[in-house]
Design a binder for this molecule. Structure first.
Ligand code: SIN
Length: 192
């Protein structure tokens, strides 16, 4: 599958005719809601974990030096916490453009904090997209993040915002926090 998923996502018709659709965000969509929404609720999805395994050469890196951003990887029994937004279908033109670097819009069951659930959408970058980088030790991931910067800014900023947002929501994410600790260590080494 090519990097650019805009055309594939545009053909996704699951919610055609709906006046509003729930979108689950687990990465930058938690802390950067640059789109209007009708409602916003903390939520989670079952059976997925967040991983810095997707390459980014359009936002947080370049083609020569891609950054790393999060995608979801299936894991039985896991819960991934994030933020759900109720949006009108028109918002997907902007969102598909924003998430075009390998992310596909897929249907997902969204469980709201405090009860209730709805079927909605989530952007997932699967292992078969051309920008996928895959698993690596967290220290290696931290080194790559420390050295990457793209049109949206330094890759470090993405991780720091995400870790901060998860803490604010009261959620642990060992993978994200481990990379954050490595980044702090790397920054300390540089000032020595
Ligand atoms: C998301 O936040 O839900 C998708 C990944 C990203 O844009 O960081």
């Amino acid at each position: 599958m090519s990097h650019n998923t805009i055309e594939i996502n545009r053909a996704m018709d699951r919610f055609d005719g709906h006046h509003s659709v729930w979108l689950f965000g687990y990465g930058s969509l938690i802390w950067k809601a640059d789109f209007p929404y009708l409602e916003r609720r903390p939520a989670c999805i079952a059976g997925w974990v967040r991983r810095f395994w997707q390459g980014s050469h359009d936002h947080r890196g370049t083609l020569e030096a891609p950054g790393r951003v999060v995608t979801l990887v299936p894991q039985e029994g896991a819960l991934c916490y994030g933020m759900a937004y109720l949006v009108t279908p028109e918002e997907f033109t902007h969102l598909d453009h924003r998430e075009k670097n390998g992310y596909l819009r897929l249907p997902i069951d969204i469980r709201f904090d405090g009860g209730g659930s709805e079927e909605g959408l989530v952007y997932i970058a699967r292992h078969d997209n051309a920008a996928y980088l895959g698993e690596a030790p967290e220290l290696v991931i931290a080194r790559q993040i420390a050295g990457a910067r793209g049109p949206s800014g330094p890759n470090v900023e993405y991780l720091v915002h995400l870790a901060h947002a998860l803490r604010e929501m009261g959620h642990e994410d060992e993978h994200v926090f481990a990379i954050e600790r490595h980044l702090a260590g790397l920054a300390k080494q540089q000032t020595k």
